[in-house]
Design a protein around this ligand. Structure first.
Ligand SMILES: [Zn+2]
Ligand SMILES: [Zn+2]
Length: 161
């Protein structure tokens, strides 16, 4: 194989080329040591070729239509995994009543700034990325979370009379 293989990345039929190229041990080694070059070439190809972009968009749309259930399941599993990781890092139980069932546990905003903190579903991913700050968030179960809204004291903490 002669010449600089990088020049061939500009050729049409990139997908087919990639598949056949990745099979050879020589190319595997070359790809491993020229990752940046390849990425730059692909980026260039991507930006300069609208037909290619359109084809990719159609293909990914088609793939999503055919694999919708699979894709949803993947996203759902990812969200469950992230949620579990975050809850575990906050101790894995309600700080008030020690409830351990993941289904009941939720993030509690210690500063009660949930309204200003519009992260919604993304909150768990955000927490994980930011090392789960313990000064602003903690874990409560739904019961304790509801019972302590508007600064009220949880019945668990009130003396039974
Ligand atoms: Zn609780
Ligand atoms: Zn409680």
């Amino acid at each position: 194989m002669g010449g600089d293989p990088a020049s061939r990345w500009d050729a049409p039929g990139l997908g087919i080329l990639m598949v056949s190229v990745k099979k050879s041990a020589y190319m595997k080694k070359w790809i491993a040591s020229n990752g940046d070059k390849i990425r730059a070439c692909r980026r260039k190809y991507w930006h300069s070729n609208k037909a290619f972009r359109d084809r990719c968009a159609i293909l990914s749309k088609k793939w999503l239509a055919e694999n919708r259930q699979h894709w949803y399941a993947t996203v759902k599993n990812y969200l469950i995994r992230v949620r579990k990781q975050v809850i575990d890092s906050y101790g894995g139980e309600c700080v008030c009543c020690k409830e351990k069932n993941y289904g009941f546990l939720t993030i509690e905003h210690l500063k009660h700034d949930a309204k200003n903190d519009r992260k919604g579903q993304k909150l768990y991913a955000w927490l994980l990325k930011n090392g789960c700050p313990k000064d602003r968030y903690t874990i409560l179960c739904m019961n304790c979370n509801w019972a302590t809204r508007n600064g009220k004291i949880c019945p668990h903490k009130q003396i039974n009379t």
